[in-house]
Write a protein that binds this ligand. Structure first.
Ligand code: HEC
Length: 250
């Protein structure tokens, strides 16, 4: 019995260790995205960024405009004027403007639906992905990405960030083999945002993608409070009931 418990404990510990090791690994070092899911202003800016720069290619088919409107505290008018460029009814989901067949022809792949992308890849990944496009004359899009090498996504935020080149360094590893490693980026052209503002832009956009991955998160928190209150109330009632039922027995 005790042995079984010990074994279960050891197994859980091993699992925990393995999963944290996994999260830390993964090749390229990622800067933390530092998103703030409770910051409605950041989410509103992220929604605007997404509609302006991403929804042309990417759909988010699990999320409806009116849900976004409610959660992000936007009036129907604000919603229609600022976010709904390719939809007519607020109950519609976010569809890409581009037809999948065209996308396939242009990019060789259909841009993925991004409803769950933040959950699949993690927010740090997305934040870094959007910061890591760099000029590559051999790529059909003119750019490559250190986070997703060989990607077919163009640098759609180039007018904001400007273009940059990736600087690589070679050194010898312990076996005496030369290895080439990414070192840092160097700006090539200037975009309309400085580095800090571009980081904020990308952080807000990432925040929005995290939100659409789990739009009922805030709802669930509220619900949780009610459930706890109900349980507390129920505890009191059952205490009283117990006293009542057992009162003649003692
Ligand atoms: C011009 C079309 C286009 C636009 C606009 C666009 N993307 Fe993409 N995106 C793509 C394509 C194509 C892929 C598939 C890339 C691949 O698999 O190599 C992709 C892939 C991605 C991925 C997945 C990367 C992965 O690891 O699979 C993310 C995240 C992403 N895009 C985010 C964005 C965000 C955020 C925006 C807006 C700032 C945006 N995209 C705008 C075409 C686009």
């Amino acid at each position: 019995m005790v042995k079984d418990k010990m074994r279960a404990l050891a197994f859980t510990a091993a699992l925990l260790f393995a999963s944290s090791a996994n999260a830390a690994g993964g090749g390229a070092e990622l800067e933390p995205s530092n998103i703030d899911p409770g910051n409605v202003n950041s989410l509103q800016r992220g929604a605007r960024n997404f509609m302006n720069y991403c929804a042309g290619c990417h759909s988010a088919q699990y999320v409806r405009y009116n849900t976004i409107g409610n959660d992000l505290e936007l009036s129907e008018e604000q919603l229609i004027d600022n976010l709904m460029f390719n939809a007519e009814k607020t109950f519609e989901t976010i569809n890409a403007s581009m037809r999948p067949a065209d996308a396939e022809r242009w990019f060789g792949t259909v841009p993925p639906d991004v409803s769950l992308i933040a959950r699949a890849r993690g927010t740090d990944y997305i934040y870094n992905f959007l910061k890591s496009f760099h000029v590559d004359p051999e790529s059909p899009t003119g750019v490559d990405n250190t986070v997703l090498p060989g990607t077919s996504m163009p640098h759609v935020l180039a007018e904001l960030q400007g273009y940059q080149t990736a600087v690589y360094e070679t050194h010898e590893d312990s076996h005496g083999d030369t290895v080439t490693e990414f070192s840092h980026f160097e700006p090539l052209t200037v975009g309309s945002l400085d580095a800090e503002d571009y980081d904020d832009f990308v952080r807000d956009t990432t925040n929005f993608l995290a939100y659409i991955g789990e739009p009922i998160r805030s709802e669930r928190r509220k619900l949780g409070v009610w459930v706890l209150m109900f349980l507390g109330f129920f505890l009191i009632i059952s205490r009283m009931l117990k006293k009542q039922i057992w009162k003649d027995v003692k």
